[in-house]
Design a protein around this ligand. Structure first.
Ligand SMILES: *Cc1c(COP(=O)(O)O)cnc(C)c1O
Length: 389
């Protein structure tokens, strides 16, 4: 059969019905499954016969989500997790051991950095941090015990990008696994495995759900790697619940349309912001003024929904703009149909020292907007309220 197009897979892949012939996938809210006989139970446990056993490691709703997401990312297999952080932790714990070394991007989700610095470090796994876009820094950080490159591209909030194809050459030459957290773009806008990445990690909490309803995560890779990750999840328990799997499964149906709309709205906001006198600088990959615009255009299918901008007048003015909003939600979350606004220097990046903030370009006047699906003119009016006074 001809391989289906992305938008068709997003709706049809992994689709199954029970004997009730329901059209929308069922939620299997059950912790365990029964067997016809003692023999069948024995065969299921010994894996001689495929089938469900216990929801920590098998559930049809979770399985439907895993199959669909794997098809969209172009991965052989997927293992769903209870959250994005569980996906990152499971990947590291399943594939690395004491004495190994990770090279990680400095520009990652704050909790990912905390995970590496406070939890992973307890297991005698060494971590070096590098500038995301600096290929020679990645290369120079490789040690004989390096097992994993871990990063997000584009970064949040400034939209720095690394050339995945070039980075893959370095990782392959050194027998290192390349893992990319693709939460910011989703497979609708970027497919890292096609560019050479070994592993894709998701916080499905963000755009895959897309409506801020639940936590979910996923790891995608080869059958062999996912078997190891799934083994870790089965044994330690950060499994995705059937109910949350159903929510993110339904989220995938509309992912492509929503991502296009997020991109369109974000570009309109960014273009408007660039014309505002009170705005010092706009960081959006879709703008020609962004230093990584060309690279993003080559390796991404869209520029995403995150727009950051620096206002003249530092923290005081930034707070004024945020506090003047009436429609946009003041929250550090992102990837929602609702637009959200936050001040990175005092929230998501509040743990950094002044020197670290300077190095990461997180200025006091910086505001991040996760552009939602409202009419963009209302979002613009909302930001203009505090900006223009
Ligand atoms: C939110 C987020 C995470 C963590 O995901 P949770 O589902 O909140 O655990 C990891 N990576 C990125 C890029 C994120 O935005």
């Amino acid at each position: 059969m001809k391989d289906l197009e992305f938008d068709t897979k997003a709706i049809r892949e992994g689709y199954r019905t029970t004997q009730e012939q329901e059209h929308s996938e069922a939620i299997f809210l059950t912790s365990s499954f029964v067997f016809d006989s003692a023999e069948q139970a024995a065969n299921r446990f010994s894996k001689e016969e495929p089938g469900n056993i216990y929801a920590r490691f098998t559930n049809p709703t979770v399985d439907a989500f895993e199959k669909k997401l794997a098809a969209l990312e172009g991965a052989q297999a997927c293992s769903a997790t209870s959250s994005g952080m569980a996906a990152i932790f499971a990947t590291i714990m399943a594939l690395l051991k004491s004495g190994d070394h990770i090279v990680a991007s400095r520009d990652m989700f704050g909790t990912s950095i905390v995970l590496l610095n406070t939890i992973i470090s307890k297991f005698n796994i060494e971590v070096s941090f590098v500038d995301l876009s600096d290929l020679s820094a990645w290369e120079n950080s490789v040690q004989s015990n390096t097992k994993l490159f871990l990063l997000e591209t584009p970064s949040n909030p400034l939209g720095k990008v690394v050339d995945i194809t070039e980075l893959n050459k370095i990782s392959k030459a050194n027998n290192i696994l390349l893992a990319i957290d693709n939460a910011a773009l989703t497979p609708a806008l970027q497919r890292p495995i096609a560019l050479g990445a070994d592993i894709v990690i998701h916080s499905a909490t963000k755009y895959i759900d897309g409506q801020g309803r639940c936590l979910a995560g996923a790891v995608l890779s080869s059958e062999d790697i996912i078997e190891q990750v799934h083994g870790f999840i089965r044994t330690t328990g950060p499994s995705l619940s059937a109910f949350n799997a159903w929510i993110v499964l339904k989220g995938l149906d509309t992912l492509s349309l929503r991502m296009k709309a997020h991109c369109e709205n974000a570009l309109k906001l960014a273009i408007w912001l660039e014309k505002q006198e009170q705005v010092e600088k706009v960081h959006y990959l879709g703008l020609k003024s962004h230093p990584h615009h060309q690279l993003a255009k080559l390796q991404q299918l869209g520029f995403g929904g995150i727009v950051s901008f620096e206002v003249k007048g530092g923290k005081e003015k930034a707070f004024k703009v945020i506090n003047a909003t009436e429609t946009i939600s003041i929250t550090a979350n992102l990837g929602d149909a609702k637009s959200t606004i936050t001040h990175p220097a005092s929230t998501t990046h509040g743990r950094l020292t002044d020197e670290e903030k300077l190095k990461a370009n997180i200025s006091d006047g910086l505001i991040r907007v996760s552009v939602g699906l409202e009419d963009i003119n209302d979002v613009i009016d909302d930001i203009n309220r505090g900006l223009s006074v």
